[in-house]
Design a protein around this ligand. Structure first.
Ligand SMILES: Cc1cc2nc3c(=O)[nH]c(=O)nc-3n(C[C@H](O)[C@H](O)[C@H](O)COP(=O)(O)OP(=O)(O)OC[C@H]3O[C@@H](n4cnc5c(N)ncnc54)[C@H](O)[C@@H]3O)c2cc1C
Length: 506
């Protein structure tokens, strides 16, 4: 079965819905999502906020400088500049759709976050910014008769005719496949956190969009740059869930200390800034404790009863685990949080495959460089998404797609228990060997094990998408021999690796 559109958007987070809404009504648009449109993906989980240099004394130029400093100067400077300059336009657009930002004395409140030199973080509902953003975008999309939602649908393959992307093969909940055809296909499938044992990302963020793009011939870049959040609530030993609630960094800002199970405050030895060191420094120190066999806790007890008033969400997530932060230290682990790398796109969000575009976390515009500045990802997703929708709308409706090449058969099968077992193994492997601290040996070992897992899967198994993405990440890690930004090589010397032979050669 086939359906014709002018534009297909895979993903209904901030990026995907901004593309769809940005196209403005002149096109017939399909939005494909794995869950309820607008309510799945990472967007609705975003807590911190949205960065925009709109405060007194602040400027897009200064926002760009902060972004490039955080990104270890690996950023694409024109993309950074374009994004920071787009912020006022993004805000006007969201406000016109009814987004309720937090205010002080009738003006939008601007919060300050680590590594931002000015207060420029807009919040909604305190730490519920993503939920409010998702509400606004979802409600706006639901009002448009020209947007068709394909919910609980899994995109299995990019359809092509010759070199051109011409649609997407999707599988619905009943396992039925359908061809959605259009001359413009946008991937907005989010991040990769679910490739790791511990992550802040929801189930949909499993890197499948990267595998789809790779099979379709798109170039993927900077895949080695994965940001880890230092403090997520540790799961119980018997809890298999991979998505963990974040423990806000503001607690450390309020004086709470990280301790191990001997009560030692290990951050004092790790950094002169102790608990207030940058995210990746804290994440590595916590990880170091875990690899020594210690457990790690955030000691919130000095805040006493004040924690209830100041951090009600934190108290609530602790209570759900039967923990009381007023009387006991709270167990934490680091968690895979954000992927800086992705499908290489230009300033117009175009990949190298004609007709195939990417926006949001799955794309690599080069904005984040080797490490993301907090609260820049929502801005990037909306700014680039909206602009792409507007640009595609200028072309107007197009002739129906009549010719499609035979499908490759990627993810053609239904998910099996074997897929789940392989995914569990992959997550452990990515966590231990391709995680916060990497070495030549750990990466080589991971590559070999992933290749074995790939050989053990039947052709068309859905988990092959995750294995493909994971393998591409490991290969990217092996190519980058020095530590940079979020890519940290520790311990053993990193040998040169030959992509042709797949062997370390020296
Ligand atoms: C806990 C948490 C807190 C965060 N806090 C902040 C913050 O304060 N500020 C900030 O800027 N950023 C924050 N981030 C990051 C930010 O939320 C994400 O980078 C951003 O929301 C990504 O948006 P997106 O539209 O690219 O992807 P998502 O919102 O993740 O949406 C992905 C979409 O793709 C769909 N999809 C995926 N694969 C397929 C497939 N194969 N077939 C069909 N559909 C598919 C999903 O169903 C979903 O609809 C946070 C992230 C997390 C997890």
């Amino acid at each position: 079965m086939s359906e014709q559109y002018d534009l297909i958007v895979v993903g209904s987070g901030a990026a995907g819905l901004s593309v769809a809404l940005g196209s403005g009504g002149g096109l017939r648009v399909a939005v494909v999502s794995r869950g309820v449109a607008g309510l799945d993906g990472a967007t609705c989980w975003a807590q911190g906020g949205l960065a925009a240099a709109v405060g007194q004394g602040d400027s897009a130029g200064q926002h760009a400088v902060d972004t490039i400093t955080a990104g270890a100067r690996h950023n694409h400077k024109s993309a950074v500049r374009w994004m920071t300059e787009s912020a006022p336009d993004v805000l006007r657009w969201l406000l016109a759709m009814g987004m309720q930002f937090d205010t002080v004395n009738g003006r939008i409140a601007l919060g300050r976050e680590a590594a931002h030199t000015f207060p420029r973080i807009l919040h909604a509902g305190g730490d519920a910014t993503g939920a409010e953003l998702a509400r606004v975008l979802r409600e706006a999309a639901m009002r448009q008769s020209w947007i068709d939602r394909h919910e609980f649908a899994d995109a299995c393959e990019i359809l092509k005719h010759g070199n051109q992307a011409v649609g997407v093969l999707v599988r619905n909940r009943r396992g039925e496949q359908m061809r959605l055809l259009a001359p413009s296909v946008v991937l907005a499938t989010g991040g990769i956190g679910q490739l790791y044992r511990h992550t802040s990302n929801p189930a949909e963020a499993d890197g499948s969009g990267l595998a789809l793009a790779h099979v379709a011939g798109a170039e993927l870049v900077d895949l080695e740059f994965v940001q880890f959040h230092p403090t997520a609530l540790s799961p119980r030993a018997d809890d298999p869930s991979t998505q963990l609630p974040l423990v806000t960094e503001a607690l450390r800002g309020a004086g709470c200390q990280l301790i191990n199970d001997q009560g030692a405050r290990f951050m004092v030895a790790a950094s002169s800034q102790a608990e207030l060191a940058p995210r990746d420094v804290v994440a590595r120190a916590v990880y170091d404790q875990l690899t020594r066999g210690n457990r790690v806790f955030l000691d919130v007890r000095p805040l006493g009863d004040r924690v209830r008033a100041q951090f009600p969400n934190f108290v609530q997530i602790c209570a759900q685990r039967g923990l009381d932060p007023r009387v006991q230290p709270i167990p934490i682990v680091p968690a895979a949080h954000y992927h800086m790398g992705g499908i290489k796109v230009d300033l117009h969000s175009m990949s190298r495959v004609p007709g195939l575009y990417a926006v949001g976390e799955v794309a690599c515009t080069g904005v984040h460089g080797a490490n993301r500045l907090a609260s820049n990802s929502l801005l990037e997703a909306i700014a680039f998404g909206k602009a792409l929708g507007e640009r595609l709308a200028q072309r107007g409706p197009v002739a129906p797609i009549t010719r499609v090449d035979p499908v490759v058969g990627h993810a053609a099968r239904a998910e099996s228990t074997n897929d789940q077992m392989v995914l569990g193994r992959l997550r452990q492997l990515m966590w231990s060997d391709v995680g916060i601290v990497r070495s030549s040996e750990s990466l080589q070992s991971a590559l070999g094990q992933i290749q074995v897992l790939e050989r053990r899967c039947l052709a068309g198994a859905p988990v092959l998408r995750q294995l493909t993405t994971a393998r591409l990440i490991v290969e990217a890690c092996l190519r980058r021999r020095e530590s940079l930004g979020a890519h940290y090589i520790g311990g053993a010397t990193h040998a040169h690796w030959s992509p042709r032979s797949g062997q370390a050669v020296a």
